[in-house]
Design a protein around this ligand. Structure first.
Ligand code: GDP
Length: 196
């Protein structure tokens, strides 16, 4: 898929305040600093579209970006980091509300730093998605930080760990915002869903 146009539309504090239309939505979520903003900018080839920074926990709202006037990328607040317990629970309510209620959500991309072992917080989140029947895929980030073979073995090890509770594994992608690895695969996947 070619992205000709990507524009910021709205930052919403709750699912009820998200855009009032029926365009398909593809949301991105992950632990703070996983590389979510960088990945969104890389997909859109639009530097500065999503705000990147070395400070974790800065996306505190549900951000909608309209792509080619046809579908949305949705940047959800990262989990696992917040300045206070109150902020943390507010963000959780916001994310949960969006994920469970948003009819337009076609796929939730769960971002995982490819360098790390499976973390409990990610595993619990993925299991919760499964229990609630949410369509999702795993996106491994920062693959440029490892050799290609190490990146692949880390990703497959992470996925295989799911086999103890999962019968069918979700799709996964290996990406890097630094060298655009995985860009076409992810966009093709989105295009396929849009065309169905
Ligand atoms: P977010 O908090 O999940 O939105 O993460 P950011 O996109 O702001 O990235 C967090 C940090 O990781 C920044 O210092 C980025 O430059 C760095 N980063 C993000 N993606 C990549 C990547 O693909 N490769 C490398 N080497 N660094 C990355």
């Amino acid at each position: 898929m070619i992205i000709n146009k990507s524009e910021f539309v709205i930052s919403a504090p709750s699912v009820e305040r998200c855009p009032d239309d029926n365009k398909p939505e593809y949301a991105f979520i992950g632990r703070s600093n996983v590389g979510k903003s960088s990945l969104i900018n890389m997909l859109c080839q639009h530097k500065g579209l999503a705000k990147t920074s070395a400070t974790p926990g800065k996306t505190l709202l549900i951000n909608h970006f309209l792509i080619n006037d046809e579908w949305y990328i949705v940047d959800l607040p990262g989990y696992g980091y917040a300045r206070s317990k109150t902020t943390q629970s507010k963000l959780q309510i916001m994310n949960t509300g969006y994920i469970l209620k948003r009819q337009q959500l076609c796929c939730l991309f769960v971002l995982i730093d490819i360098r790390h072992e499976q973390k409990d917080i990610d595993r619990r989140f993925v299991d919760w998605l499964g229990e609630n029947g949410i369509p999702f895929a795993i996106v491994f980030t920062k693959a440029d930080k490892l050799t290609q073979s190490r990146a692949f073995s880390n990703a497959t090890k992470w996925m295989n760990t799911l086999k103890d509770t999962w019968e069918n594994l979700p799709p996964f992608f290996i990406t890097s915002a630094a060298n655009r690895k995985g860009r076409e695969e992810l966009l093709n996947y989105i295009e396929e869903i849009n065309n169905n």
